[in-house]
Ligand binder design. Structure first.
Ligand code: BES
Ligand code: MN
Ligand code: MN
Length: 456
């Protein structure tokens, strides 16, 4: 494989600059004002795929943002790897907390700073470059299909439709995704599970208009106070979620499975220090690592109402709002969690407020086996590239399409992520290591090689 590594070495600057160009396009899927930029990004991805050597690459329009599809079929009898990624990014807000503008990438101390650098442009683009490396060196050992979408950060609704309607086109043997993280640059790991998600927005209405908080305050319930009390009641003293039935379907891990997961190195003190917290908090009976991966959660993502401008305004607001997410674990169903939340939240609403619960997107959890040919190939590829055998870990984030690939296409996924939890994804100063980017480009062709060999 050394000839591939030397090809990478001699094209390093170009590989990095192409990524920086992609990062300059503000492909924010959530905000309609970026619609043209998202489309421009899709076209850039298509062109780059073509340049990397696919047979063809096309833009597939959807009811929302387009999907980029490309393929290189060298022999229909050989296995096919379906690479999935997303070119859309989260909104960059809050802008004032960035040390450099989110869409003007800078490389500083070995880190590429830009929105989307780790999630997921830097990661899916490793696959585009790995394809180039394999094609240019006559080392592509099997077929490859690319499906890079533009709506992952807003729930992949239209991708779900696309997958259902294009089963033949997407026929493959395994899905390969780089959109997760490893334990550390010197502790490679492979994600074997993702959590599901249920996301809702709640609206709490009190009086029919904003009121003077002196004239009415004390006698008319304040919807923000009420919302806070309702939210506070959603956890008990043991950190468990109080929604009746919420834990019914939760898959409890065996003591052996918990022990195996606990073998992954995790320095809680160091972790707390890095996050700037003096203590941890969570469900009783579970470690921090377990709370972040194999246990369900309920979190407020945003809460608003009343006056939040400069200075002080005395007001008893008429309405209060919150965006609430629940992370789900295998066997819990997103729709059921949403239903249970809605029923419970409406039930606990005191008579002095009206409550509306609006479901947003959701998705199911996923677990990937470690005894498959693809996992073994991924493990071997990482072991060669990092000089250490990767540790299987569970991830806490969600990629809802993974469960759908299994349900609709019957395909298992390899979560071949090269990011780090400390990359600040979805947060100001998102960054991706130059080391990680090139390590990924070096490791991916090794995966293809071993996967094709082991499939023989
Ligand atoms: N790449 C992330 C998911 C992720 C990150 C998984 C790190 C594991 C480790 C993905 O882009 C993402 O942000 N997903 C969303 C869900 C989506 C439905 C908006 C999430 O997890 O919040
Ligand atoms: Mn992502
Ligand atoms: Mn994301």
């Amino acid at each position: 494989m050394t000839s591939l590594d030397s090809y990478i070495e001699s094209n390093k600057d170009r590989f990095l600059n192409e990524l920086l160009d992609l990062l300059r396009i503000p492909s924010v899927s959530a905000d309609p004002k970026y619609k043209a930029d998202v489309a421009r990004c899709a076209e850039a991805v298509r062109k780059n795929l073509e340049a990397a050597g696919v047979d063809f690459a096309e833009i597939c329009p959807t009811a929302g943002h387009p999907i980029v599809y490309g393929e290189k079929i060298i022999d229909p009898k050989l296995p096919t790897v379906l690479v999935y990624g997303h070119y859309d990014v989260q909104p960059p807000d809050p802008l004032d907390l960035w040390t450099s503008p989110p869409f003007e990438p800078v490389v500083k101390d070995g880190l590429i700073y830009a929105r989307g650098s780790a999630d997921d442009k830097g990661q899916f683009y490793m696959h585009v470059k790995a394809l180039e490396v394999m094609v240019k060196n006559n080392a592509l050992p099997c077929n490859v299909k690319f499906m890079i979408e533009g709506e992952e950060e807003v729930g992949s609704d239209n991708l779900g439709v696309f997958v259902v309607n294009n089963k033949a086109k997407l026929k493959a043997d395994v899905v390969l995704i780089s959109d997760t993280s490893m334990i550390a640059n010197d502790v490679p790991s492979i994600n074997t599970g993702l959590r599901g998600l249920s996301y809702v927005e709640v609206e709490v209405t009190g009086p029919n208009r904003d009121l003077h908080s002196g004239v009415y305050g004390g006698a008319v319930a304040n919807p923000i106070n009420t919302l806070c009390a309702m939210i506070a009641s959603l956890h008990d003293a043991d950190g468990r979620i109080t929604i009746p039935g919420f834990y019914d379907d939760v898959q409890e891990l065996s003591a052996a499975d918990r022990k195996a997961l606990a073998e992954a190195p995790f320095d809680e003190k160091e972790w707390m220090k890095e996050l700037g917290v003096a203590a941890v908090k969570g469900e009783k009976g579970y470690t921090s690592d377990e709370r972040c991966t194999i246990r369900p959660t309920l979190d407020v993502n945003g809460i608003w109402g009343g006056y939040i401008g400069e200075g002080a305004k005395t007001v008893l607001p008429g309405k209060a709002f919150a965006k609430i997410s629940m992370r789900l674990v295998p066997n819990q169903k997103s729709d059921r969690a949403t239903k249970l939340f809605k029923e419970h939240f409406e039930k606990i609403a005191p008579p002095y407020v009206k409550v509306v619960v609006r479901p947003h997107h959701g998705g199911e959890a996923a677990v990937t086996p470690t005894d498959s040919v693809a996992y073994k190939a991924a493990s071997k590829a990482m072991e060669e590239a990092f000089g250490k055998k990767p540790i299987p870990t569970r991830g806490g984030g969600s990629i809802p399409i993974v469960a759908l690939f299994e349900k609709e296409l019957g395909l298992k996924t390899i979560l071949f992520g090269f990011g780090l939890d400390s990359d600040n994804i979805h947060s100001p100063n998102e960054h991706y290591g130059v080391f990680n980017y090139f390590k990924g480009i070096q490791t991916i062709p090794r995966f293809f090689h071993h996967y094709a060999e082991m499939s023989k």
